[in-house]
Ligand binder design. Structure first.
Ligand SMILES: Cc1cc2nc3c(=O)[nH]c(=O)nc-3n(C[C@H](O)[C@H](O)[C@H](O)COP(=O)(O)O)c2cc1C
Length: 243
């Protein structure tokens, strides 16, 4: 090989080497670009998905969180209802002019109890309630211990009730005879019976023991007389004292 040929070959080799290095350099430079591109594409895809995800997520979340919550609530209500069913309270009352009714409603609100009104089959007129008339219906009934005025309200199923507040107005110092009709019409086994009354001034007297004897069942607590304007606080402290 001549010197000239050697130089040419060396130059060729050098040129090849430079081209090779240049090619490597370009290749090395494309990698980040390529690696960025998928990342960029991924980002774009992700951002594209991100843009659509909230809709999906919202839809999904509203469906997925709504459903369990709804089913959770649906599951809770019956179970707490079942618990309440094991010790239910009933407030039974008779009220000729609305006073006892008001007290009964307050007791029901404070105890979470159900209300049941003893409605006379034959309503009491003002004339019937005239205690100044010795021959008025109420006077005649109170003078006759065997009088049992009929009840017009639908019969109540006492199943599940464990506490019964039983309220009435005082008539001639005692429970109206329609209360005797009521207590003789039901069995109160396993139930705690709590009499209460309203009056102008008289106490509850023998009313509770009269009804207990006629009922022949239930555990009867001492009753209490209230004025029509008794406060919720006074009723609450009475209720608390019964426990
Ligand atoms: C026929 C009759 C007899 C009553 N006898 C008495 C009584 O002996 N002593 C008393 O303090 N109040 C008596 N009252 C008044 C009621 O007990 C009192 O007004 C009661 O709060 C009425 O309740 P009500 O609105 O639920 O019917 C009598 C009322 C009537 C209609």
């Amino acid at each position: 090989m001549s010197n000239t040929m050697k130089k040419s070959f060396s130059f060729f080799l050098a040129a090849l080497l430079i081209l090779g290095l240049a090619a490597c350099g370009n290749h090395a430079g494309t990698e980040p670009a390529e690696s960025r591109t998928p990342a960029g594409s991924a980002t774009e895809a992700a951002s594209g998905e991100t843009a659509s995800m909230p809709e999906n997520a919202e839809n999904g979340s509203s469906e997925s969180t709504g459903t369990p919550e709804a089913s959770g609530e649906a599951g809770t209500v019956p179970s707490s209802g079942d618990e309440e069913d094991q010790s239910r309270t009933l407030v039974v009352y008779f009220s000729a002019t609305g006073t006892t009714k008001g007290v009964a409603e307050k007791i029901a609100a404070l105890t979470g109890g159900d209300l049941y009104e003893i409605v006379p089959a034959e309503p009491y007129s003002n004339a019937d309630l005239n205690w100044n008339d010795r021959s008025s219906r109420s006077t005649r009934e109170q003078n006759d211990k065997s009088a049992r005025p009929g009840i017009g309200s639908e019969r109540i199923d006492l199943t599940g009730y464990t506490t019964i507040y039983i309220g009435f107005p005082i008539w001639w110092g005692e429970e109206p005879r329609i209360m005797d009709t009521f207590v003789e019409s039901y069995r109160f086994d396993g139930m705690t019976m709590i009499p209460f009354c309203t009056s102008s001034s008289s106490g509850i007297g023998r009313s509770g023991s009269n009804m207990e004897a006629l009922a022949g069942s239930g555990t009867w607590l001492d009753g209490k007389r209230f004025g029509g304007n008794v406060s919720q606080a006074d009723l609450q402290s009475w209720i608390d004292g019964l426990r």
